[in-house]
Design a protein around this ligand. Sequence first.
Ligand code: ADP
Length: 348
Amino acid sequence: MMIKQIKTPRQFSFVVALILALLSISVSLFVQFLFEHSISFLRLIIVGSICFLLSYFVIHYFLEKLITSKIRLLYRVIHSNEDRSVAIDLKMENDVLGEAEREVMSWGKEKREQIEKLKVQEEFRREFLGNLAHELKTPIFSIQGYILTLLEGGLEDEKINRKFLERANKGVDRIAKVVEDLDLITEIESGRITLKLQSINIVELVQDVLDSFEIKANRKDVKLILNADYESLNVLCDRDKIEQVLINLINNSINYGKKDGFTKVNLLDMEGHVMIEVEDDGIGISSKDQERLFERFYRVDKSRARHEGGTGLGLSIVKHIIEAHQQTISVRSQIGKGAIFYFSLKKA
Ligand code: ADP
C-alpha cells in the first residue's frame, strides 16, 4: 500500500531513510537496555537523526545517479531523431519513472502506427507495380508479335506490312497514354504542379468539350446535352485541368453509356459554388465498386474497360485534379440505371 503511494525518487529515499532510522533507534534502544540498563532519549534522537540524514542523502545520491543514467539512455533512444545535445532534465521530486513509462508507451504506440502505415504503403506499392506491369504487358506483347511477324517475312508482304505496322503503332500509343497519365498523377501528387487559377466561363468550357465529342457520340447514337439555365457562370479554376476532368468524365459516360442513350452535363448555381454533374443512363456502378472507382487502375469490368481504350487511370486523375482545387468528387449510381459524377468549383 505504502509502496504504491511512493511516486518520486525523493519520496522513496525519504521512506527508506525513515525505516533505517527507526531500525537504528531500535538497535540503539536494545544496546542501551542490554549494556547500560538505562535509556538516553537524547542519544536515541541523535542516532536516529544521523542515521536518517545519512541514509537519505546516500540513497538519494545513488538513486539519482542510477535513474539518470538509465533513463537518459531510454530518452536518447526514444528521441533518437532529435538533437542529442539537448539536456534531459530529470527532477527527482517528480515522478520520473512514471513519466518515462508514459513516454515509452506513447513511443511504442507511435511506432506501431508507423509500422501499420508502412505495411499499407507496401501493399499499395506492390499492387500498383503489379497493375502497371499487367497494364503494359498487353501492348508490349502485341507490338512484339507484330514486329516478329514483319521481321520473319511479313515486311515484304504488301497485304499485311502496313496493317501490322499500324497495329504496332496503336500499341505504342497505348503505352504512351498510360505513361502520360501516370506522369500527370505523379506530378499532381508530388505537388510539382501549381494550378494556374483563373476566372473562366464554365458554361462555355463544358459546351466546347461536349462539341469535341460529337463524332464519338454520334457513332454510338448518344445524345449530348448541356443542361444549364445560364449563358455564363464564372468559376475559379485551372482551365486546362478542368477541361481534362470534363473530358475524362464525358468520355466515360459515352464508353459506359448505352446505345441511344444520353450524356448530360448539369450546371447548378449554388451559393458561392457551381455544381457540375456529368450524368448518363448507362450500365451504372454497384455501391461496392463505387468505393474503389477512383483508385489507380481500378476497373469494374476489366475486359470491357480495356476494350474501350481506357487506362484505368482516368478517374484517378479526375480525383487528383478536383482535390488540388480543394473540392471533392463523388458518384451516385445504381446498376443498370446510369451514373452521375458530381463536383463543385468555387465561383469567381
Ligand atoms: P478507364 O480508363 O478504365 O475508363 P477510369 O478511371 O476512367 O478508367 O474508370 C474506372 C472504371 O470505372 C471504368 O473501368 C469503369 O468500369 C467505371 N466507370 C467509370 N465511369 C463510368 C460510368 N459513367 N458508368 C459506369 N461505369 C463507369
